[in-house]
Design a protein around this ligand. Structure first.
Ligand code: AQP
Length: 324
């Protein structure tokens, strides 16, 4: 299957991004034709400091590699290196009623947190649709915050196909049930997010061991003292169980069975051990990567992606009546 997904270089990559998206990507490399993109064109829909954007873009590429995305099996590239994304994004925006974009939950949430909102943020979902449709993608592994955007992508593909003739494959989302939405450590009602100004709400993949342990220790818990799963009644502990299950690659039931005699504090210690065991080797691989090697992976990836994208874009342009 053709697989496509991406991550914005908009801050420090956290364990929600890792468990919700990147870990799935690594598994999907086997037997599939996968493209994994660093979506810098999306990141600038919120104002970014140029130096910071460059740093975060390369750090995100290193994160993919250190997490196990293998350039021999998958195509890894930077979105702005393939201008076809912006071109198709523009074309798709001309087929998207304003009301559909204004109804997007992510747009409404991001808008409510900012004084100034720019047109790019509204058009984020049409650019995302372009990312996916350019590669005739069949499967899009994501966290559940992106499901609404994928629904829009599917209807845009159908709309285009109906109006201009069969052009795009209709993609499917793929979410991992347990890790689809990892929540904030401080506010279990909110999604763990790169852009949360409070760093204690998330475990960053590059946090040192003592910081990881301290963050887990200070994570909020629910009333009572039992390790039981129930996202409505016990949202905080259920979130920690989901993180534990995701890191260990075990079902939630296994975690709760193994932890049922433990106090909250013992459970948190075990969780911290598991997270540290997953992230410290990742950090070693990350630190061993050299910028020039990363850049050469990205260059080769962009070349391959651009070839694939150009054939879809050419077909689209021909169908809508552009002179080629
Ligand atoms: N908390 C989360 N739990 C599970 N999956 C998550 N993802 C994001 N947060 C969680 C998934 O990570 C992938 C990349 O996300 P993104 O970089 O495109 O941006 P986002 O979804 O908006 O994530 P953030 O961390 O909240 O970033 P900011 O704060 O910059 O907006 C996606 O597959 C996403 O579902």
């Amino acid at each position: 299957m053709r697989v496509f997904s991406g991550l914005q270089p908009s801050g420090n990559v956290h364990i929600g991004n890792y468990l919700g998206a990147i870990k799935q990507w690594v598994g999907l490399q086997r037997g599939n034709d996968a493209l994994y993109c660093i979506v810098d064109v999306h990141a600038i829909t919120i104002p970014q400091d140029p130096k910071e954007l460059r740093r975060a873009t390369l750090e995100t590429a290193k994160t993919y590699l250190a997490a196990g995305v293998d350039p021999q099996k998958s195509t890894i590239f930077i979105q702005s290196h393939v201008p076809a994304h912006a071109e198709l994004g523009w074309i798709l925006s001309t087929l998207t009623p304003l009301g559909e974009l204004e109804r997007m939950t992510q747009f409404k949430e991001k808008r409510s947190k900012r004084d100034a909102v720019y047109a790019g943020l509204l058009n984020y979902p049409t650019l995302m649709a372009a990312d996916i449709l350019l590669y005739q993608t069949e499967l899009v592994p994501v966290g559940d915050d992106q499901l609404q955007h994928i629904e829009l992508t599917r209807s845009l593909a159908e709309r285009f196909n109906n109006r201009f003739g069969k052009t795009f494959i209709i993609p499917q989302a793929r979410v991992n049930k347990t890790t689809a939405r990892i929540m904030s450590l401080a506010h279990p009602g909110d999604k763990m997010s790169k852009s949360d100004p409070n760093d204690k709400t998330r475990i960053n993949l590059l946090d040192p061991e003592d910081v990881i342990r301290a963050k887990i220790k200070s994570a909020v818990t629910d009333s009572g003292n039992e390790i039981v799963y129930g996202p409505t009644a016990k949202p905080a502990i259920s979130n920690l169980i989901n993180i534990f299950a995701g890191v260990m690659g075990k079902p939630v039931e296994w975690i709760t069975r193994e932890s049922k005699e433990l106090t909250y504090s013992e459970f948190k210690n075990n969780l911290a051990d598991a997270v540290v065991q997953e992230l410290i080797p990742f950090q070693q691989r990350f630190n061993d990567l050299k910028e020039k090697d990363v850049l050469s992976v990205l260059q080769a990836g962009a070349q391959k992606a651009a070839e694939l994208a150009s054939s879809t874009l050419k077909d689209v342009k021909k169908k809508i009546g552009f002179v080629l």
